[in-house]
Design a protein around this ligand. Structure first.
Ligand code: CA
Length: 227
C-alpha cells in the first residue's frame, strides 16, 4: 500500500513517514500544496494524509482539485485544534476523515488502516481468503492459523492482492502501489515475489491471469477463467 503525506512541518512530516514505513507502507512525502497536488494527481495512492494549512496551495484547494479531476483515493485531513471550520470545509471538499492536531501517530495509523480497508470494501480489520487471514492491524498473515514469515515486500504484495480479492491486478498496478516514486520499477521483480509468496502460502491462492496480471481467489470459490 502506497501513502502520500502532504505536511509542511518538516518534523511532523518525517514522524508520519517513519511511522507509516514502520507499519509496512510505502510513503511519498511533499512539503507544500503544489507538490502534494502534483503527486496526488499523477501517482496512484491507496491513502493520502493531507495537512490543511500548507504553503503555495492550501490543503482544501488541493483536495477540491483532486476531486474535481475525479481522483477518488481516500484522504485523511490534518486540522488545527482551534479551526473547527477547517473540518467542515475539508469534509465538504471530499475528505474521508480527519485528525485534529496535536495527535498521537497511532490514531493516524488506525484511521489510515480503516480508510484503506473501507475503500477496498472490507469492514473488518481481518481479511480472509480461504485458509489465509491478513491481520491488517498487526501487519501479519496467517495460513491455517500459523503466522507466515514474510519480508515487508512480500507482506505488502500479499496484502495488496488480499485487499483486491477476486480482482485482476496488473503487474504495473502492483509496482505502482508497492514501491515509492524513486524506485527503479522493473515489473519482473513482481514475478519473483509472487513465486516466493506462492511457496510460502502452500495453497493455490494467487492465480496468474495470462497477459493481465494476478488474481487472489479462495480455493472454494474459483473465479471464471479470463479469455
Ligand atoms: Ca501546516
Amino acid at each position: 500500500m502506497r501513502i502520500l503525506v502532504v505536511e509542511d512541518d518538516a518534523s511532523l512530516n518525517a514522524q508520519l513517514k517513519n511511522a507509516l514505513e514502520d507499519a509496512g507502507y510505502v510513503v511519498d512525502a511533499a512539503a507544500d500544496g503544489e507538490e502534494g497536488h502534483f503527486l496526488g494527481d499523477t501517482e496512484p495512492y491507496d491513502c493520502v494524509i493531507l495537512d490543511i494549512g500548507l504553503p503555495v496551495m492550501d490543503g482544501i484547494s488541493v483536495l477540491q482539485r483532486w476531486r474535481e479531476d475525479g481522483r477518488a483515493m481516500p484522504v485523511l485531513i490534518l486540522t488545527a485544534r482551534d479551526r473547527w471550520s477547517d473540518k467542515v470545509s475539508g469534509i465538504d471538499a471530499g475528505a474521508d476523515d480527519y485528525v485534529t492536531k496535536p495527535f498521537h501517530v497511532e490514531e493516524v495509523l488506525a484511521r489510515v488502516r480503516a480508510l484503506i480497508r473501507r475503500a477496498a470494501g472490507h469492514a473488518s480489520s481481518e481479511i480472509r481468503c480461504g485458509p489465509l487471514v491478513i491481520d491488517t492491524k498487526a501487519s501479519k498473515a496467517l495460513v491455517d492459523g500459523a503466522t507466515l514469515k514474510l519480508t515487508s515486500h512480500e507482506f505488502r504484495l500479499l496484502s495488496y492482492l488480499a485487499h483486491h480479492i477476486g480482482e485482476v491486478v496488473s503487474r504495473t498496478e502492483l509496482v505502482e502501489h508497492l514501491y515509492d516514486q524513486d524506485f527503479d520499477r522493473d515489473s519482473n521483480t513482481i514475478e519473483v515475489f509472487v513465486g516466493r509468496l506462492r511457496k510460502k502460502l502452500g495453497h493455490d491462492l494467487i492465480e496468474t491471469v495470462r497477459g493481465l496480471g494476478y488474481r487472489m481467489t479462495a480455493p472454494d470459490e474459483p473465479a471464471e477463467k479470463a479469455g
